[in-house]
Design a protein around this ligand. Structure first.
Ligand code: MRU
Length: 367
């Protein structure tokens, strides 16, 4: 997607050094556009853990590139596996992370020559990134059909779409999952307007989704997290599209904290609630999402402090709570399949959502 008119992906190999991978450091958005150079598996682990990069698809793609850098560092396969374990330990909920590391390890396990291993890891890192972008492009096309149908029912009026957190191109390699259909609709000339949940505590909606929609000229309005229910009661939301960090093969959706409450409000108001995801976000092992999906808990400072730009242009952090009050920071919640209208995947829209329909779309996973 474009930044100031220039096409970017969120991660790419540096042109001037085979030992470097470049990323957009998302901690600085929307106020500054910063490209960071990562030159070791350790630097990649830090970038994932401290959220220089974030979002399930991008975490997976970054882990893919991290394994390429790990292959350059590791003397043998056990050392490579150890670096893979370090990467996997950085964030627990987005399943794309373990998926990408394990995919690299499986491919590299049979390559004995270290130089060949490095080259194979580089090719696979590029493949993982390319597939991620292509899946999101297809998700966009499948979701476009849903938006088109809604637009046909209200000619001349915008289709109002609510989204939570950032499942945009910044959360993937390109296009985005939840934003894929929105960009596709916008490019097809359909009138769309996006309600952007701010998404406390890290404000990925207010900071990242708003920024990328703005870069592309998509009409949008940032709302405080608790606004969605009110808008739905008043007919101001035609559909919700959110992303996912892990979806069990039975249809439980782990996504940014607050997603479950939006799904409840949508069900109560008859608003279609879609989840967009590439197949790399499915968990083909876990059954009971509420009990089994590991929910990341992050530092309480993310709840207690906020940062932003001052009138003078400086980036400043402020404490918004009593200094001594404890705070809890659950990063994700789980929405059960009964609240999800459909899953928008690269293979099409899966609806209704359940084990049978998911496995029918991905029959090779039945085993
Ligand atoms: O903590 P993050 O920013 O990595 O969380 C990921 C998200 O932005 C959302 O949960 C998103 O909807 C799914 S990621 C495609």
């Amino acid at each position: 997607m474009k930044v100031d008119g220039i096409p970017y992906r969120t991660i790419w190999p540096a042109a001037d050094d085979p030992g470097v991978v470049e990323i957009i450091d998302q901690r600085h958005l929307p106020h500054r556009f910063v490209i960071e150079r990562l030159a070791s598996a350790d630097a990649v682990a830090t970038a994932i853990r401290d959220m220089h990069v974030r979002g399930a698809g991008l975490i997976g793609a970054t882990a893919g590139w991290g394994m390429y850098l790990a292959a350059r560092e590791a003397a043998d396969l056990p050392a490579l596996r150890a670096l893979g374990d370090r990467l996997k330990a950085t964030r627990p909920t987005a399943v794309n992370l373990a998926w990408a590391v394990d995919r690299q390890l499986a491919a590299l396990a049979t390559v004995a020559d270290p130089q060949e291993r490095i080259e194979a890891a580089r090719r696979l890192a590029m493949t993982i990134a390319d597939e991620d972008a292509e899946c999101c492009r297809r998700i966009g096309q499948h979701g476009l059909g849903i938006i088109r149908e809604i637009a046909a029912r209200k000619p001349g009026q915008p289709v109002n779409i609510l989204t939570h957190c950032n499942a945009g191109w910044l959360a993937f390699v390109d296009h985005g999952s939840a934003t894929g259909p929105i960009y596709a609709a916008f490019e097809a000339g359909l009138p769309v307007h996006v309600w952007v949940d701010e998404t406390r505590p890290r404000n990925q909606g207010a900071r990242l989704t708003a920024w990328e929609l703005g870069q592309h000229g998509v009409p949008h309005t940032i709302i405080a997290d608790n606004t969605g229910g009110h808008l739905m009661q008043h007919g101001l939301v035609d559909m919700a599209i959110v992303g996912a960090d892990r979806v069990t093969y039975t249809g439980f959706v782990a996504n940014k904290i607050g997603t479950y409450l939006k799904a409840l409000a949508a069900a109560d108001n008859g608003v279609p609630f879609y989840v967009a995801l590439p197949s790399s976000t499915f968990d083909w092992v876990m059954r009971d999402g509420v009990r089994e999906i590991p929910i990341e808990q992050r530092g309480n400072e993310e709840v207690k402090y906020m940062d932003g730009v001052t009138a003078g242009g400086a980036i400043a952090e402020v404490l918004v709570t009593p200094p001594g009050s404890p705070a809890a920071n659950y990063a994700f919640d789980v929405t059960p399949p009964r609240l999800v209208t459909g899953l928008i995947t690269e293979r099409g829209v899966i609806a209704p959502v359940g084990e049978d329909t998911i496995l029918a779309a991905f029959p090779e996973k039945r085993a």
